[in-house]
Design a protein around this ligand. Structure first.
Ligand code: PMP
Length: 438
């Protein structure tokens, strides 16, 4: 997954000398593990709203960014950050109201059973903590994740992120299940098939003497290729895991903070109350802020015995930023916007998919959409998706790809994405598809 649409070193020879030098310097200093996007990497210097600007002053419509979710460099968020940074920045070992006000406000957006909030700096750390708590509470070690999931980079979470590729081994106490593939003709089958997968994974764990600790899923299944419908399909699988003594961890790093349009949290689309909820990315609009909401009785023993301190997690500046992000989501009605503009985008993409054979199924929720790119036989076409993504970049539109075949266009603009931006994207995409087929 991390290598999807990655720049490859041999492509450097076609680039201007200055950019080649920057790439070489980066390679020398940061080492070989980092990736750049696009055949022609971008050198960005400024962001504003849905727009990114490169060093040459060219403007790009950012449709790949659920981090700067309320818009790049949103003035309200920047001001809150600067104000608190100019006053005090410490950590959670001192008393401070800001972090409590923020925790209170964030928890109020969730079901009341989720009564505690712990702070981290990244989604990976939040999932790592969720795993520790779930293993402590259940006494189990087994975790069920989907076949092409991504949950983060710590040692124990990388083992639960099969989309990292074969070099990163999957934990031997993990079981992989197929994602809930969409089935528009028989939507009721999605829940059944997913539950069947989970039942099989639990049976296999039992056979190998592994006690289940959790089902860990991204509630929009974004890395697997964006599988959102029908709402409610997760409930049956979650019930099975709970029956077997495991917990449900909702990874909201992608789906959370109003992205799905209909709800603040992805798990709410499924009518569920998770045991643990990890969150990150959009939480700080680019500032490293992430966290874990937990049902208090689940945290009780772990908290008492293990205790927890994260140097940067929950500092007053982060809390001020998080609060400002919530102000903007509410003040600018970004959830309603995600629903409305997401629908327009979906309708536009459906119309294009009727015109262009290479656009297959279009699906998603709110401002997180996936579009299958397929060949003449209707099979996944990763190379075509890559070309399309690069052609769009040339035309000033940034999107990415996902899925096990890297053939699913991943469309997730900032939530302040407006109708005019949707029209511009659809128009640009049609132009690129015309070129593609010519
Ligand atoms: N969970 C999901 C679903 C993610 O998409 C990501 C990041 N792509 C993470 C967890 C990890 O978050 P971070 O990069 O902040 O560690």
């Amino acid at each position: 997954m991390l290598k999807v649409n990655a720049f490859e070193a041999h492509q450097a020879e076609h680039l201007p000398a200055q950019q080649q030098a920057l790439i070489a310097r980066r390679q020398r200093l940061l080492g070989p593990a980092y990736q750049l996007f696009y055949d022609q990497p971008l050198h960005l210097v400024r962001g504003e709203g849905v727009w990114l600007y490169d060093a040459a002053g060219c403007r790009y419509l950012d449709m790949y960014n659920n981090v700067a979710s309320v818009g790049h460099c949103h003035p309200h968020v920047v001001a809150a950050l600067a104000r608190q940074a100019g006053q005090l920045n410490t950590h959670t070992r001192y008393l401070h109201e800001q972090v409590l006000d923020y925790a209170e406000r964030l928890l109020a957006s969730m079901p009341s059973a989720l009564g505690n909030l712990m702070f981290t700096c990244t989604g990976s750390e939040a999932n790592d903590l969720a795993l520790r708590v779930a293993r402590d509470f259940t006494g189990g070690s087994g975790v069920i994740v989907t076949r092409y999931a991504y949950h983060g980079i710590t040692a124990s979470i990388a083992e639960l992120s099969p989309s990292m590729g074969e070099y990163v081994a999957v934990s031997n106490t993990a079981r992989l299940v197929e994602p809930p593939y969409s089935c528009p003709q028989q939507p009721e089958q999605v829940a059944k098939q997913f539950a069947e997968q989970v039942r099989g994974a639990l049976a296999d764990m039992r056979m190998h003497g592994i006690r289940p600790a959790a089902l860990l899923v991204d509630t929009l299944f974004t890395s697997d290729g964006v599988f959102a419908d029908p709402p409610g399909f997760l409930a049956e699988a979650v019930a099975l895991v709970r029956e077997a003594g495991g917990l449900f961890i909702a990874d909201e790093v992608q789906a959370g903070f109003a992205r799905s349009g209909s709800h603040m949290w992805g798990f709410q689309r499924h009518g569920l109350v998770p045991d643990l909820v990890s969150m990150g990315k959009p939480m700080g609009n680019g500032h490293p802020l992430a966290g874990l909401a937990v049902q208090p009785q689940i945290l009780e023993r772990f908290g008492r015995n293990a205790s927890y301190f994260n140097t940067f997690g929950g500092n007053p500046v982060s809390a001020a930023v998080g609060m400002a992000v919530l102000d903007v989501i509410e003040g600018e009605s970004l959830q309603a916007n995600a629903l409305r503009v997401g629908r327009l985008l979906m309708e536009g993409l459906l119309a294009l998919s009727a015109r262009y054979a290479m656009l297959g199924e279009v699906r998603g929720a709110g401002l997180f959409l996936g579009v299958d790119i397929v060949d003449a036989q209707g099979e996944a076409d990763g190379p075509a998706a890559r070309r399309l993504v690069n052609l769009l970049r040339e035309q000033g539109v940034l999107i990415g790809a996902a899925g096990i075949h890297s053939n699913i266009l991943k469309i997730r603009p900032p939530l302040c994405f407006a109708e005019e931006h949707a029209q511009l994207f659809l128009h640009t995409l049609a132009g690129v598809l015309d070129k593609f087929q010519a």
